[in-house]
Design a protein around this ligand. Structure first.
Ligand SMILES: [Fe+2]
Length: 120
């Protein structure tokens, strides 16, 4: 789990009017809106979906983490060129929460996006 202060994480200013920098860095979550309690499902996180982010040795996505609220779920460390910034986590929840994906670009820092999920 990464040590960070909330201030150092970038979040979208106006979600309806994203800048190019935001489009390149905001992780996009693909998760069901509703799931059954304690039943595994997949959450895929992609970076560069809205606008392609560079994937070269000098500029790349270093890692992607997923949280349920404040609870750490998992992390994938990535390498430039050889891996794409896309990760699928297998997740099981016991209550409704906010899924939070955080990614780190080696030049532009950490970026967060969220998705609400209802557990029935
Ligand atoms: Fe970047």
């Amino acid at each position: 789990m990464t040590e960070f202060s909330l201030k150092s994480i970038n979040r979208p200013g106006d979600p309806e009017n994203l800048s190019d920098l935001e489009k390149k860095h905001l992780p996009v979550l693909y998760a069901p809106e509703v799931v059954k309690a304690n039943e595994a499902f997949s959450v895929t996180v992609k970076v560069g979906e809205l606008l392609k982010h560079p994937n070269e040795y000098g500029h790349f996505i270093q890692w992607i983490e997923l949280y349920a609220g404040e609870a750490f779920i998992g992390r994938a460390d990535l390498s430039p060129v050889k891996s794409e910034p896309e990760v699928t986590f297998k997740v099981s929840l016991d209550g409704s929460t906010t899924l939070r994906a955080i990614e780190s670009c080696n030049l532009h820092g950490m970026w967060e996006n969220t998705s609400e999920i209802r557990v029935e």
